[in-house]
Design a protein around this ligand. Structure first.
Ligand SMILES: [Zn+2]
Ligand SMILES: [Zn+2]
Length: 239
């Protein structure tokens, strides 16, 4: 399955990623990508940029090397109420938003009910479009409830390639990604493929995610980012 727009990538601004916007965009254009989303970590992640970093992104060129860049963020989900680490007014200014649970900000798992509640609250927001790595078994989730809400709200559930790398630090990612894909296939719910690249050569990498897609014979029409046009037509803020 070929990804035309990677919806989850990091730059030096995240503190633990290694390329600039320009380097990431150059690699994406060299790879023949139709566009690229830059989604650096929100301010609560150690080493992440200040909120004004995101506020000031409006000064950046809309295109680099002939491809559009979607300037976004990977928000930190802070609690079961679905609090995130950038204010609403700022999210409105961005092109794309991913929200994820990271232990560094959310703390330890709060149990399946509260973890699920956090995601469901987030998904009901119009300004948050993608749930990042919901496969992470360290934070148990009711996947039926998650997929139901994804379908209802048009929030995209991410199949995260980095989670599936051998030796990855997330838990049960393969089983959980497979479960999400099976439920999405059954209910006709869209997913998105994110590389979670922290280095340019990892952009649009689907080595592991596409393997799971093949195993469940996941239909291509339910993958939101196989073209730029398709992605733009399904992002909540563009509908
Ligand atoms: Zn993440
Ligand atoms: Zn990430």
């Amino acid at each position: 399955m070929k990804v035309a727009v990677d919806t989850h990538t990091h730059t030096v601004s995240s503190g633990h990623a290694y390329n600039t916007i320009r380097e990431m965009a150059y690699m994406a254009s060299q790879m023949g990508q139709e566009a690229l989303a830059i989604t650096d970590h929100g301010p609560e992640m150690e080493g992440g940029p200040h909120k004004y970093h995101f506020h000031n992104m409006k000064i950046l060129p809309r295109e680099y090397y002939g491809i559009p860049i979607l300037f976004g963020v990977e928000l930190n989900i802070m609690d079961e109420k679905g609090t995130v680490d950038l204010p609403d007014w700022l999210l409105k200014q961005l092109d794309i938003t991913v929200a994820s649970i990271h232990g560094e900000c959310y703390g330890k798992s709060r149990g399946i009910e509260k973890n699920t509640e956090a995601y469901l609250k987030i998904m009901q927001r119009e300004d948050i479009e993608i749930i990042g790595h919901p496969d992470d078994g360290r934070f148990e989730v009711d996947y039926e409830a998650l997929v139901d809400m994804a379908k209802k709200t048009g929030t995209l559930l991410e199949i995260n390639n980095s989670s599936l790398k051998p030796g990855g630090f997330r838990v049960n990612s393969y089983e959980n990604a497979r479960r999400i894909l099976e439920l999405c296939k059954e209910t006709g719910t869209m997913v998105v493929l994110g590389s979670d690249a922290h280095v340019d050569v990892d952009i649009a990498n689907t080595t592991y995610s596409s393997k799971v897609l093949r195993e469940v014979e996941f239909p291509e029409e339910l993958v939101a980012n196989t073209s730029y046009k398709k992605l733009m037509s399904v992002l909540k803020r563009r509908r």
